[in-house]
Write a protein of this length. Structure first.
Length: 128
């Protein structure tokens, strides 16, 4: 691109890296929530503040595994980014989407954040 020197381009890249790092820090803050625990096997469990009532009883906790190919494939049938994120969260937790539809807003948002940390490196460099 004419008029752009290398230092400008490098500065843009550095700024993007800083933004991504800050976003990652914000995302990983959800792990400080006392309702979130990391299990020995690498899964994460969220204790719901408002359990979801189903025909089979109450769902009080949701446990997430690191996403696999099948979990990502579960998003293919959904339209829109948000619906795809919910499909991923449901698949990684091995729960039907209707459980997430019935969650309180606070529980739902915490669950989606936790899924976003699965299998990613934290800002401290540890794989989650």
């Amino acid at each position: 691109m004419e008029g752009t020197n290398m230092s400008d381009t490098e500065l843009d890249v550095l700024d993007l890296d800083a933004l991504e790092e800050e976003e990652q820090k914000q995302l990983f803050k959800c792990l400080d929530n006392p309702r979130v625990r990391t299990n020995d096997d690498g899964t994460r469990t969220v204790t719901l503040a408002d359990p979801v009532k189903t025909k089979r009883g109450e769902i009080k906790e949701v446990t997430y595994q690191i996403p696999k190919g099948r979990d990502w494939m579960a998003t293919d049938s959904q339209k829109g980014d948000f619906s795809k994120a919910v499909a991923l969260a449901a698949s990684v937790a091995n729960l039907p989407i209707v459980v997430f539809e019935a969650m309180s807003e606070a529980d739902f948002l915490l669950c989606v954040q936790v899924v976003g940390t699965m299998g990613k490196k934290s800002p401290t460099g540890q794989t989650s």
